[in-house]
Design a protein around this ligand. Structure first.
Ligand SMILES: COc1ccc2c(ccc[n+]2C(=O)c2ccc(S(N)(=O)=O)cc2)c1
Ligand SMILES: [Zn+2]
Length: 235
């Protein structure tokens, strides 16, 4: 007898139905094949400046957590960004359901425990984040690979708030000074490529800047992130 086989396709494979961009030519994330990366040559230095003392809110958007910068001033320029100035809109993280496989980008096939994304938009050319999110040079995302090691004090200012935003849509505002620059690795060498949002609508509007050096977070910080987020669902 024939066994009825039902293949339930969920996740990225179904995104193309609703988001045609997902079928594009510059889709992220990618595997960084280090032997094929060309050297940066004479690219100007990447420069950033973030405001520290302003109220920020941590939101549970339904996948992991997101910190909104609430329009406060910041600047990202140089590197692959030409003469345009970008502004930090929000930052968020991606964790896996199992330790050691949470990152979106992989490096020579290796995944990391998590990945932090600092999302900036091009204020030289566009008037809003939403407008920029639809343009090929609209967004620039700094990617930071996370690996288990020593506790990360700056990140802990967010991680310790997670118990208060356990469900999708929950939001908590904090005013403790926090400098997003402290989330970046010491060595600022990076890979860069033209890509897309890694989640729907997968718009091909992101200049990706992925730092080579992973940043360490403690096993407890990974566990705290995981316990509110298993298999892409908030539990
Ligand atoms: C125009 O409609 C949009 C635009 C953007 C949306 C979005 C829904 C969720 C996330 N975003 C995002 O802003 C977004 C999505 C993914 C990423 S990522 N993981 O950094 O590539 C960054 C930012 C809807
Ligand atoms: Zn992301």
């Amino acid at each position: 007898y024939l066994v009825p086989v039902v293949i339930l396709i969920v996740g990225p494979a179904t995104w193309v139905e609703k988001f045609p961009e997902a079928r594009g030519t510059r889709q992220s994330p990618v595997d960084i094949v280090t032997s094929r990366a060309s050297s940066g040559g004479s690219a100007p230095p990447l420069v950033w400046r973030y405001s520290v003392n302003h109220p920020r809110s941590v939101v549970n958007p339904g996948y992991c957590w997101r910190v909104d910068e609430n329009g406060y001033d910041s600047e990202l320029r140089g590197g692959p960004l030409g003469s345009d100035v970008y502004k930090l809109q929000q930052w968020h993280c991606h964790w896996g359901s199992v330790n050691g496989e949470g990152s979106e980008h992989t490096v020579d096939g290796r995944a990391f425990s998590g990945e932090l994304h600092l999302v900036h938009w091009n204020t030289s050319k566009y008037n809003s984040f939403t407008e920029a999110a639809g343009q090929p040079d609209g967004l620039a995302v700094l990617g930071v690979l996370l690996m288990v090691g020593s506790k990360h004090d700056e990140l802990d200012k967010v991680v310790r708030l997670l118990p208060y935003i356990q469900h999708k849509g929950d939001k908590v505002t904090f005013s403790e000074p926090l400098n997003p620059a402290n989330l970046l690795p010491k060595r600022i060498a990076y890979w860069t490529y033209p890509g897309s949002l890694t989640t729907p609508p997968c718009t091909e509007s992101v200049t990706w800047i992925l730092f080579k050096e992973p940043v360490q977070v403690s096993a407890e910080q990974v566990r705290l992130n995981l316990c509110y987020y298993v298999n892409g669902k908030n539990v």
